[in-house]
Design a protein around this ligand. Structure first.
Ligand SMILES: Nc1ncnc2c1ncn2[C@@H]1O[C@H](COP(=O)(O)OP(=O)(O)OP(=O)(O)O)[C@@H](O)[C@H]1O
Ligand SMILES: [Mg+2]
Length: 261
């Protein structure tokens, strides 16, 4: 992130056109978190547009988008415009499912982002960029892939979240959790057991550990509760995975006109 933030700051200093980024990868891998951090470190003004917010605007979406880009021009520092969950808004104009209003909004957006600009930098985040309109993909200069964390990254994240939610919970009233028989060996077992977990899944796991402890007198988390919580989370992840696979299976069958069941 630092290198992107520095090159963005240099771009600003040199008044060169900004580079437009696409952050892509599975859910919960830190795309939104990264973009917010980047906005913070880039020294630019910052605006967020969430894909799903555009459709409810209906006809007004076009006017609102023009207002946003007009406003970008007035920013003295330059603007980082972050389009989160971009697939919801920027999906291909070829698909029959998009409404007339949505098509108009997309055209307005393409019109305003068509020329290189020293006023704004676009950062798109999506877990389904293959649905983007080809004209949007064409506007992207650099792609940053976010993957599920490696074993080493999980180790660091688990340590960080244990610190955050158990040992040093934020807020004046939050009670520190007392851990019982949980040491480096137990934590290492969790590092191995959480293969396939995203950063979001790991943070949720740590929050569940905290909740389990707060459910006891004296906020204690013992070894049995520690591992039981991991097993519950693993199971719910596997269930979600199988739903997703089923959904893909059905979608496949629909497009190929095959019978399922
Ligand atoms: N690399 C990471 N390090 C630490 N925490 C992480 C990491 N990735 C994700 N998280 C945790 O997961 C939460 C959700 O991450 P974020 O919203 O950035 O995911 P995302 O990639 O935007 O997901 P989605 O595709 O569903 O929008 C973060 O607030 C953070 O708590
Ligand atoms: Mg996100």
């Amino acid at each position: 992130m630092r290198s992107i933030a520095v090159s963005t700051a240099n771009t600003k200093a040199n008044r060169a056109p900004f580079r437009h980024l696409l952050l892509h990868g599975p859910p919960g891998t830190g795309k939104t978190m990264f973009a917010r951090g980047l906005a913070h470190h880039s020294g630019l003004d910052y605006a967020v547009l969430t894909g799903g917010d555009i459709a409810p605007l209906g006809r007004d979406a076009v006017t609102e988008l023009h207002k946003l880009f007009d406003w970008a021009k007035t920013s003295r520092r330059g603007l980082l415009l972050f389009v989160d969950e971009a697939d919801a808004f920027l999906q291909s104009r070829e698909t029959s499912t998009i409404s007339e209003d949505q098509r108009n909004a997309l055209n307005a957006f393409l019109f305003r982002t068509g020329t290189e600009s020293d006023h704004f930098m676009m950062v798109y985040a999506s877990n389904q960029p293959s649905q983007f309109d080809s004209a949007v993909l064409d506007r992207i200069d650099e792609m940053v892939e976010f993957d599920l964390p490696t074993e080493e990254e999980r180790r660091a994240m688990i340590a960080m979240y244990i610190d955050k939610y158990l040992l040093k919970p934020p807020g004046r009233w939050a009670k520190k959790v007392e851990t019982l028989d949980i040491g480096s060996e137990e934590i290492e077992r969790v590092v191995k057991e959480t293969e396939g977990f995203s950063g979001r899944a790991i943070s949720k796991l740590a929050i569940a550990w905290q909740a389990a402890a707060y459910g006891t007198e004296g906020a204690v988390l013992d070894q049995a509760a520690f591992f039981h919580t991991v097993q519950l989370h693993k199971k719910s992840m596997q269930t979600k995975d199988s739903w997703l696979q089923n959904a893909e299976h059905y979608a496949d069958a629909l497009t190929t006109d095959k019978k399922v069941l």
